[in-house]
Design a protein around this ligand. Structure first.
Ligand code: HEM
Length: 431
């Protein structure tokens, strides 16, 4: 009998996660596939409540339609994302990178400083229009061509040189790998991720590694990789698919370049198909809020949502909108010829995805079972060692060590920093 008692924690460690995780996520996934009935909303909220209870936290899940813009901004005033999707799912999917969007705490604070310094030193307000003229004259006839163009613009902006065709292909392939895992559609190829990280790391001037010794090398690389390459490739292509869908619903005469305002169209598309359907904040140590972006949010609500609000709002909003407006304006001027960004577009995890295949659904289940299972283990006082993530971390040094190429010639030190980037990042979103 004592022997059996001694076994109880290990039995619990097997059964609690399986029962709690398996049952609820199967039910949750089934309801996700069902329409937005009130029953499915109850069950969705039940899932979040169980997840929160396992963390001994309380949670509020809010559809943004039910909140005033002031309420939305008040939630988004918090600096912490908390311990739900960003921490439990996205941080792992981003590995070996650390995504500023998903991190909290000391790592977030370290990386935030570096990122803002890099953004200011690109002097993007003065340079971005020229770079778009230079790189956006390619066709936008596939997700690949859109993403490669985005990568070329940002590579030139950051390093003052062109990304060659072979490398642009690698950058696109890597973005698709991350995209698959972040959207919970399957595992990413580690080889492709690593090839991208190594390529990018070789081009980052030594100055950035030397100036911030408190950051790991991977944190520095991440400040370039995630906000300037992987996320924009995902978001810009996703938004352009939404633009295409919205434009297709307009009457023929309204689609003419004379009638159509690129800014209005991008705004309509972003409202209808929000690129970030969920925003999270930990509003106090034991209180989490999840905001679910409703596609029927009005403009005032959307102004606080599409690029976020508060200290965690998107600092790349201006550069992103300039890029999007430029591409859409060009497409409308060309009467939408060669503008088919949905070709090859996959894994957005958002409203404009096509049908979900069984293997993708199983992967969603796997992630959710694992997530709740780990929360359950934690609840009963057992820590789970994630050996796969730890292995990825331990390769951190190797992946960025091979920076044999000398620092690139662009002088990032002492440049004119009166670029407006800082003030842009401080401005509130107009939508
Ligand atoms: C292409 C369209 C883009 C969209 C739709 C977008 C949207 C967003 C959203 C919704 C957030 C989260 C805000 C929140 O939680 O309140 C965010 C965060 C962020 N974005 Fe963007 N973004 C885009 C492009 C960019 C670009 C081009 C950059 C860099 C130049 C960038 C850099 C960042 C960073 C660093 C964060 C994290 C900020 C923090 O947590 O402190 N974004 N973005």
């Amino acid at each position: 009998m004592p022997a059996l008692l001694a076994e109880i924690p290990s039995l619990a460690s097997v059964f609690v996660p399986i029962v709690v995780g398996g049952a609820t996520t199967l039910f949750f996934a089934w309801l996700l596939l069902a329409n937005q009935s009130s029953l499915s909303i109850y069950v969705r909220d039940g899932f979040f409540k169980l997840w929160a209870a396992l963390q001994r936290k309380s949670i509020t899940v809010q559809d943004t339609n039910d909140l005033s813009p002031a309420d939305i901004r008040s939630v988004l005033r918090s600096r912490n994302k908390g311990s739900f999707f960003e921490r439990a799912v996205s941080q792992k999917a981003w590995l070996p990178l650390h995504s500023l969007e998903s991190e909290d705490g000391e790592r977030y604070e370290r990386m935030r400083i570096v990122f803002h310094k890099v953004l200011v030193e690109t002097r993007y307000p003065k340079r971005i229009a020229g770079l778009m003229e230079k790189h956006c004259n390619r066709d936008m006839s596939s997700c690949r061509s859109v993403c490669e163009t985005v990568a070329r613009v940002f590579f030139d902006l950051l390093f003052d040189k062109e990304l060659d065709d072979e490398s642009a292909k690698l950058y696109f392939d890597a973005s698709m790998e991350w995209r698959r895992e972040i959207a919970m559609k399957g595992f990413a190829s580690k080889t492709t991720k690593v090839a991208f990280v190594k390529h990018l790391a070789r081009h980052i001037p030594n100055k950035w590694f030397e100036t911030y010794p408190e950051c790991t090398k991977m944190e520095i690389v991440s400040c370039f990789a995630q906000p300037f390459f992987i996320s924009p490739m995902i978001n810009v292509s996703d938004i352009l698919v939404a633009v295409f869908n919205v434009a297709a619903t307009l009457p023929q005469n309204a689609r003419s370049p004379v009638q159509l305002n690129a800014k209005e169209l991008v705004k309509m598309a972003m409202l209808k198909y929000p690129a970030f359907p969920i925003l999270e904040r930990e509003v106090s140590p034991n209180q989490q809020v999840i905001l679910l972006l409703s596609p029927t949010s009005n403009e005032k609500q959307a102004s606080a949502l599409l690029f976020g609000s508060g200290p965690r709002r998107c600092p790349g909003k201006d550069v992103a909108l300039t890029l999007l407006h430029h591409i859409v304006e060009r497409a409308s001027r060309n009467m939408w010829k060669n503008f088919t960004p949905a070709v090859g577009h996959l894994y957005s995890g958002r409203n404009n995805d096509k049908e979900v295949v069984v293997s993708e659904l199983l992967f969603v289940l796997r992630v959710l079972v694992r997530t709740l299972g780990m929360a359950a283990l934690d609840f009963i006082g057992l820590k789970y060692a994630d050996s796969a993530s730890q292995a990825f971390y331990s390769e951190d040094q190797d992946m960025v060590e091979e920076r044999s190429v000398p620092a690139v010639s662009v002088d990032l030190v002492g440049n004119d920093t009166d670029s407006g980037a800082e003030s842009a990042s401080d401005s509130e979103c107009e939508y």
